[in-house]
Write a protein that binds this ligand. Structure first.
Ligand SMILES: NC(=O)c1ccc[n+]([C@@H]2O[C@H](COP(=O)([O-])OP(=O)(O)OC[C@H]3O[C@@H](n4cnc5c(N)ncnc54)[C@H](OP(=O)(O)O)[C@@H]3O)[C@@H](O)[C@H]2O)c1
Length: 335
């Protein structure tokens, strides 16, 4: 596994998907790197549009790209919008990766996800489990498209010598999460439901599934910090998992979110809703060997996420949140 020094300072750095949860966290973190940050809104350049992407890259010539634009969602969205998840993600990945190569971009980071490993891969999930078994059926279209993206980054490296790397983040949460009532990820969904129940004085919150699946969660500003670290120091075809290496049951998580929100009613579980993969935890040995580990505890991260959820109502976008001098933003000091 090669290691190299790649300087971001003074470079034209494109964050694709800068208004998304990951993209906004990258923007906050990159503000400390003295790079020339490039962004473009979807209304100007739809990344599914190959000609528009090529023209934009030819004009702006980014030297580094974080490919954090994607069609992303929770279990219901993945299972319902199957054609969109496949088409959008295939088109975005292939357009951006090819345009980056054609304009001689020096470095690109592609974002995979822990949910694209095989459904029954041994836990904790190692990077070499990729493609070693059948996928989780509920998000197979998303996984197929994302795996194609990983393979493109790998193939452009082996055929053209392009310095394209791929990371595999675990479940993320934090400022800029999607709070859609049906299409959100679990922590965002829980924050919203507990908050609304608290405000309306509701006594019972129903959590989807049995509460027994175990999941790992990473605060999104920690992810951004890991990505900058890898962009600067890592150059190799092997995937790199990004997570905390610790998991928690959904039932325990629900109690933690309820406490952070201040909800004091009852919590029940709707076992008729799908659980998805029984357990999902990343092996983060490779990442720690590369010199990075997460610093935000789940308890602190959930409080910060809840603060950000409430700040959303004052009209601030996550990419406009204050930029810290160092460390993740809005860190809570524990007594
Ligand atoms: N969220 C997680 O838990 C998680 C976990 C593992 C990996 N990841 C990966 O991290 C990356 C970012 O995820 P995220 O959670 O930040 O997603 P997100 O909040 O939904 O943001 C996605 C971004 O992509 C942009 N986008 C989508 N389709 C586009 C299109 N056709 N043209 C231009 N822009 C488009 C969106 O633009 P608009 O603002 O216009 O909608 C948005 O800015 C994805 O590759 C995802 O697979 C996420």
């Amino acid at each position: 596994m090669a290691s190299t020094a790649f300087e971001l300072k003074g470079k034209r750095v494109f964050v694709a998907g800068h208004r998304g949860m990951v993209g906004a966290a990258l923007m906050r973190r990159l503000a400390r790197e003295q790079a020339d940050l490039l962004t473009v809104s979807r209304s100007e350049v739809d990344l599914r549009d190959q000609a528009a992407v090529n023209a934009w890259f030819a004009a702006k010539r980014p030297q580094a790209v974080f490919l954090a634009a994607a069609k992303v969602g929770g279990i219901v969205a993945n299972n319902t919008l199957r054609a969109e998840f496949l088409y959008d993600n295939l088109a975005i990945s292939s357009n951006v990766i090819q345009a980056a190569h054609a304009t001689r971009c020096e470095k690109l980071m592609f974002f995979g996800s822990s949910c694209i490993y095989p459904r029954l891969a041994p836990q904790p999930l190692r990077e070499d489990s990729m493609l070693a078994g059948p996928l989780e059926p509920t998000n197979e279209p998303y996984a197929i498209a994302k795996i194609a993206g990983l393979k493109m980054a790998e193939a452009y490296r082996s055929q053209y010598g392009a310095d394209f790397i791929s990371v595999m983040p675990t479940n993320l949460y934090g400022p800029g999460d999607n709070y859609h009532p049906e299409y959100s990820h679990v922590i965002a969904a829980l924050i919203r439901r507990f908050h609304e129940a608290k405000i309306s004085g509701g006594g019972n919150v129903v959590v989807w599934g049995t509460g027994t699946p175990r999941r790992e969660f990473l605060y999104v500003d920690d992810l951004a910090d890991a990505c900058i670290h890898l962009m600067k120091t890592y150059s190799s075809p092997e995937l790199v998992n990004i997570g905390t290496g610790e998991d928690i049951s959904i039932a325990e998580l629900a109690l933690m979110v309820a406490a952070a929100v201040g909800f004091r009613g009852e919590i029940s579980f709707d076992a008729s809703r799908p659980d998805g993969t029984p357990r999902k935890l990343l092996d983060v040995g490779r990442l720690s060997g590369l010199g990075w580990r997460a610093t935000t505890s789940l308890e602190d991260g959930i409080r910060l996420a809840y603060l950000a959820y409430r700040a959303d109502s004052d009209g601030r976008h996550p990419s406009d949140l204050p930029v810290p001098d160092n460390g993740p933003i809005l860190r809570i000091n524990r007594r």
